[in-house]
Each structure stands twice: as structure tokens, then as C-alpha cells.
Design a protein. Structure first.
Length: 97
């Protein structure tokens, strides 16, 4: 099952994305979600298939959400993940060259 998907980024929350079927555009997304999301900014379009995994989302869950509710909302990663890696990154930056 192939799905052509448009992926929009939120102007309000970094790394928050909204996946919709390209043919449906935003018409199946609830108004309340769009209000909270902000004016969607098209990031890119993508062909989704169950065999092709996504970097941060479960492809099967994304496809299921697109089929049943007409959209999939990708939330930003928890800030704790970033903070856990921050000291390590800072140490590498301070290493002598």
C-alpha cells in the first residue's frame, strides 16, 4: 500500500510535523489541531510504504493514522534526550584540535 503524503512543519513548535494524504491536503485535520499547530508550512512530500521505515516514526502507525483519521501528528523529541547528549557534545567541541 503506497500513500503519497504531504508533510507540514509547525511554525509554533520546532520539530513538530503533520502528515496528511496529499490528495486530502488539510481538509481532514480537525480545526482545533490546526489552531494549536499554527499555519502549516509545507516541508516536503513523500511516498510512504510499509517497507520503507521513517527516521523517528513507526511507519505502520503513520499509515494507520492516515487511513483512519486522515492525519498523523509527529511530536518533537523529548527535550531530555537533547539534554542528556549536550555535555558529551560540549566536551567534543572543547577538545584540542
Amino acid at each position: 500500500m503506497k500513500k503519497i503524503c504531504s508533510i507540514y512543519r509547525s511554525p509554533r513548535k520546532n520539530e513538530m510535523y503533520l502528515y496528511v494524504l496529499k490528495a486530502d491536503a488539510l481538509k481532514r485535520v480537525p480545526e482545533g489541531l490546526l489552531a494549536a499547530f499554527g499555519t502549516p508550512q509545507l516541508a516536503f512530500s513523500l511516498i510512504l510504504t510499509p517497507e520503507k521505515p521513517l527516521a523517528r516514526e513507526d511507519i505502520h502507525k503513520v499509515l494507520e493514522n492516515l487511513e483512519t483519521q486522515g492525519y498523523h501528528l509527529q511530536m518533537p523529541p523529548p527535550e531530555d534526550d537533547y539534554i542528556e547528549h549536550l555535555p558529551e557534545e560540549l566536551l567534543r567541541r572543547n577538545d584540542p584540535v
